[in-house]
Design a protein around this ligand. Structure first.
Ligand code: PAF
Length: 283
């Protein structure tokens, strides 16, 4: 596996692949790989000839009070895992390579998709995500890029940006990968103290509860939300950031749930660890 640090070298590699008719699949990541990342890499390997993984903890998508400095990192371990997953290139730029002196451009998707859910709790987050993903697409020039459905709003934002800017990259969504007990895999799970692990299950179990209530006939988003809030708060150290029933594509809140509704959740555990999860309710 080749490790590339410089955007120009990355683009040179991409041009070589294009010349020889090789399709590139990109998996954008912030590293600290787990099985969720590896399944994205393996999927990219099935869909493209060459897999490129970007590993960049993008500072512009973190708010001033967020966990940029503490974000888990283990470059050696990530390299070994990516190589074993068949990755051809690991693109791991320095922050100064991505945002050199004088950098002054931001890609912003409108508030219809970015004003709610994580966009409301994390102002500026999706501008940071859209800008870095747009740059990664320009540098790596992939034919397709794979994103996990755990960040449902991020996926919608990236789809919109890619279409609006005619970026010509096929966006592939990959299902959430879960631990055996239902916890959605996330690099941030490593922040959980052992006694908080049970509380972290409140998210996936809330989705299960919503599905049960829906199967019994409940359709009111308001009543479901109230029941889920009580349920999540019955776990120690939990604070609901949001519980929202939204249309799967527009991300607009719905009053009555149907087959196109996604339940999106964000919960803080112990005041610090913020976890997200989502799922269809009528399945
Ligand atoms: O989902 C992530 O890990 C990040 O938001 C992404 C897409 C790599 C952009 O930094």
């Amino acid at each position: 596996m080749r490790i590339i640090r410089h955007p120009a070298e990355m683009t040179a590699w991409a041009k070589e692949q294009a010349k020889s008719g090789q399709r590139i699949g990109l998996v954008p990541t912030m590293g600290f790989f787990h099985e969720g990342h590896l399944s994205l890499m393996r999927r990219a390997g099935q869909l493209a000839d060459q897999v490129a993984v970007s590993l960049f903890v993008n500072p512009t998508q973190f708010g001033p009070q967020e966990d940029l400095a503490a974000y888990p990192r283990n470059f050696e371990r990530d390299c070994a895992m990516a190589e074993a997953a068949g990755v051809a290139v690991l693109f791991a730029p320095e922050a100064v390579g991505m945002y050199p002196a004088g950098f002054n451009t931001t890609v912003m998707v409108g508030t219809e998709l970015t004003g709610q859910l994580c966009g409301a709790s994390r102002p500026g987050h999706f501008a940071g995500v859209a800008t870095v993903v747009c740059k990664l697409f320009s540098i790596v020039r992939p034919d397709l890029a794979i994103f996990g459905e755990k960040d449902w709003q991020q996926l919608a934002v990236i789809r919109r940006m890619t279409a609006d800017l005619n970026l010509g990259v096929e966006i592939v969504a990959h299902p959430i990968v879960r631990e055996a007990d239902g916890l959605a895999m996330s690099s941030r799970n490593t922040y959980l103290a052992p006694q908080q692990r049970e509380a972290a299950l409140s998210l996936s179990r809330a989705i299960v509860l919503a599905r049960k209530m829906a199967a019994e006939g409940e359709r009111s988003a308001e009543r479901l939300t109230a029941a889920l809030r009580d349920f999540i708060h019955s776990f120690p150290e939990t604070t609901v950031d949001y519980i929202s029933f939204v249309h799967q594509d527009t991300l607009q809140e719905v009053a009555e749930i149907d087959e196109e509704t996604v339940l999106a959740l964000a919960v803080k555990i112990g005041g610090k660890v913020r976890l997200i999860d989502n799922g269809k309710v009528l399945v």
